[in-house]
Each structure stands twice: as C-alpha cells, then as structure tokens.
Design a protein around this ligand. Structure first.
Ligand code: PGA
Length: 250
C-alpha cells in the first residue's frame, strides 16, 4: 500500500553535460518499471535542463534543499516557489551534510518543511544519528528529537507530502551500511513515533526510506524489511547502471 521510493541525491556532482548524460543513460534502463516512485536531486543549476531531459519518463525532480521564504532579500537562497518553477516536485530537507556543515538545526528544518509543504512540494525529511550517538545508546533519543523538532506544527494533512529518510550519519558515504536489522529497528521506531504524533493511518501510510551506502549488493535485504519503503541514495545514484538496479529492485 506504500509505493516504494528510490531517490538519488547527486550532492555536489554533475555539470549540465554530465547530468544530461546520466539521465539519458538512466531513462531506457528503467523504462517500463512501474510501482516505484523514482526521484533524482541534481544541483540547482542543472534542474531546468534535467527537467527537459526526463520529460515523459515518469522520473520526479527534486532539489537538495530550499529556503523558507518565498522571495526577498536573502542572497544565495532558493525558495520552494522557485523550485516548482524549475520543475521540482520534491525537495530534500535536513540532510546530515547540511546539519553538519551548514548549520541546519531542527528549527530551520522545521521552517523549511512548512514552507515546502505550503508550496506543494513533497519533502524528503532526513534524520539520523552519528556514530557517537549510536555507540552511547542515544539513537532513539536523537531520532525522537529530530522527528518532533522537524515536524513541529506539521498537521496530518501535510504529512501526506512528507517522506522520512532515515540516514545514519556513520553509514553515509562510508561504504558501511546499517545491517538490515539495524535499519529495520530504526525504521520501526520512526514509525512508532509517527504513530504517537499522528495516529495509525498516517504512521501506516508514511514512506520511510533508508539512506547510507545503499548499493546494488545490499538493496535486496533492506527493501525486504517491513518498515523500509525505499532508499535515498548518494554514490550509487551517480551512475545510470547502479541506480537502475536499485530502481528495478524496488
Ligand atoms: P551514500 O549517500 O549513498 O553515498 O552513502 C546517501 C545520502 O547522503 O543521501
């Protein structure tokens, strides 16, 4: 009943020719695949060109971040309205790299989720613990705080356009994936938090993606878990062949 999602986070990679090359390779490899929501998140500067290259393919376009104001004197920022103008239907918010390097907090994540939702974007809301937090037994506390903070004031109706991505920081870009059991345990916890906040229907309907060194070799075990509804993929989304394997496995 939850349509799986495979989302590619391209991070700070791919110039326009490289981006077009990637999607041109990808489209035929996943043509005919149904029952999965495919999302790619290129850098802002290539969104519009990628939009043209994926037209008619069913692939959804996402941005990697957005600001919470619609417009104004905010040098360097991009608003949800402008992302929609560039062809986006989705936006990643609260990625751990933004939290780690760019001062993103649960409060700023929350403002962005509200603004993106109001504009009509589907949010890929990222949460996840660091290695230190896991090893000190704080994984669930961290997840609870990030979920409550990020979703503060977000109502049940708005949750229809929120996808949660569980990305343990220690698994991102490290080649060290969470085991299927570790991931399932965290996903089940996140779903129970959604149940406390929103009740059974929203908890059952919300997609929860796993992210952190997802690749063709480990997607099968992860996607087979009850509470894992897809993947947010960095490294393996940068090649058409590996990303297509993930899409076709979902
Ligand atoms: P990775 O990145 O797949 O390269 O670990 C995942 C992410 O940061 O979304």
């Amino acid at each position: 009943m939850r349509t799986p999602v495979i989302a590619g986070n391209w991070k700070l990679f791919k110039t326009a020719p490289e981006a077009i090359g990637l999607v041109t390779g990808l489209v035929p490899l996943i043509a005919g695949k149904s029952g999965v929501e495919v999302v790619i998140a290129p850098v802002f500067t290539v969104l519009d060109r990628v939009r043209s290259a994926i037209a008619g393919s069913g692939i959804h376009l996402a941005a990697q971040d957005c600001f919470w104001e619609e417009e104004g004197a905010f040098t360097g920022e991009v608003s949800p309205k402008m992302l929609i103008d560039a062809g986006c239907t989705h936006v990643i918010i609260g990625h751990s790299e933004r939290r780690q390097y760019f001062g993103e907090t649960d409060a700023t994540v929350n403002r962005k989720i509200h603004a993106a939702g109001v504009a009509g974007l589907t949010v890929l809301f990222c949460v996840g613990e660091t290695l230190e937090e896991r090893e000190s037994g704080n994984t669930f506390n961290v997840l609870r705080t990030q979920i409550a903070g990020g979703l503060a004031g977000v109502g049940t109706a708005a949750m229809e356009r929120v996808i949660v991505a569980y990305e343990p920081v220690w698994a991102i870009g490290t080649g060290r994936t969470a085991s299927d059991e570790q991931a399932q345990e965290a996903h089940a916890f996140i779903r129970s938090e959604l149940h406390s906040l929103y009740g059974p229907a929203t908890a059952a309907a919300t997609r929860i993606l796993y992210g952190g060194s997802v690749k063709p070799e480990n997607i099968g075990g992860l996607i087979a878990q009850n509470d894992i509804d897809g993947a947010l993929v960095g490294g393996a989304s940068l090649k058409a062949e590996s990303f297509a394997v993930l899409v076709n496995a979902a």
